[in-house]
Design a protein around this ligand. Structure first.
Ligand code: GLY
Length: 299
């Protein structure tokens, strides 16, 4: 658990990374609100924080919730008070120049759209999100950017952590899948671990990480268990605003899956030209591998 959290805190602290922690893309009010969770297989314990402001390393606070309390999830101001009491530095603002400038640009582009009716506004927002991605202002994977990191040791002991700044420009207070046990992360020490990145609402709706671990319990390989969750998401995606012209989901979502024997998989709704990748480190060293897509093409 310590090793996994040490891994993700590197990215949480990186001012150039806009998907998690310090410098993560803020909510619609320009405030960075962070979510994180961790689960410890052998100890059967978990901790999480949601909508936490002012602390660069939400994953470390989630670990404190796991280690120091009887609770699983602390949110908002309560999570911040807890972090302060645990000795974390509370900062006024976790924006970097880069995340603030990107938010200002979004604000500038969206303000004239605020008076449209909700359906048109939704479409307009999605159009301009695509525009900002195409113009290179936001990296596509950083819109819902998140890290999930799972690990197993030689004794088959398995842990996981997920950390995120959540959906860029979210409604203040929005909590995604990352801190919700069973959605953005689930670990069963006897079976394995699964976690997600991408559109959190989709993973939340079907509690996909839990579903994947349960599919592995029934004997599925990590890849087949992950593809089953993606099929569940596709079946649950029926609203027009979430479908592309081919009638398939117009968002991406990824799962990272590891069982206690060390078998693993990365799966994605789409992986155009093998672009959805995940990092693996084992006895052969660290490397990137391509996620297995459920569907051809892109979102
Ligand atoms: N998967 C991250 C989020 O939706 O917040």
């Amino acid at each position: 658990m310590d090793a996994l959290i040490a891994g993700v805190t590197i990215v949480e602290l990186d001012p150039e990374d806009t998907s998690v922690g310090y410098g993560g893309l803020p909510n619609a009010d320009g405030v960075v609100q962070l979510d994180a969770s961790c689960m410890h297989g052998p100890r059967k314990r978990a901790g999480a924080v949601a909508a936490l402001e002012g602390v660069r390393n939400p994953s470390l606070v989630a670990q404190k919730v796991m280690d120091q309390t009887d609770h699983h999830l602390l949110v908002g101001p309560g999570a911040q008070v807890f972090a302060r009491n645990m000795g974390f530095t509370i900062e006024d603002d976790l924006n970097t120049d880069r995340s603030r400038r990107t938010w200002l640009e979004w604000k500038r582009r969206t303000t004239p759209l605020l008076y449209l009716d909700p359906d048109r506004r939704e479409l307009a927002m999605r159009r301009l999100e695509r525009e900002m991605i195409t113009e290179g202002l936001i990296e596509e994977n950083h819109f819902y950017g998140t890290i999930n990191c799972n690990g197993v040791n030689a004794r088959g002991e398995i842990c996981g952590v997920t950390t995120t700044s959540g959906l860029a420009w979210k409604i203040p207070g929005r909590v995604g899948d990352s801190p919700i046990l069973g959605a953005g992360l689930y670990v069963d020490g006897e079976i394995g671990a699964a976690g997600s990145t991408g559109r959190g609402e989709a993973s939340l709706y079907s509690l996909c990480s839990f579903l994947i671990v349960e599919e592995m319990r029934r004997g599925k390989h990590p890849k087949d268990a992950g593809l089953e969750a993606l099929r569940r998401i596709q079946a649950a995606t029926i609203e027009q605003r979430l479908l592309n012209e081919r009638g398939t989901p117009n968002f991406n979502i990824n799962f990272y899956i590891l069982n206690r024997r060390g078998e693993y998989a990365g799966v994605a709704m789409y992986s155009p030209d093998g672009r959805q990748q995940f990092a693996v480190c084992d006895e052969k060293g660290p490397r990137l591998e391509v996620s297995t897509p459920l569907l051809e093409g892109s979102a």
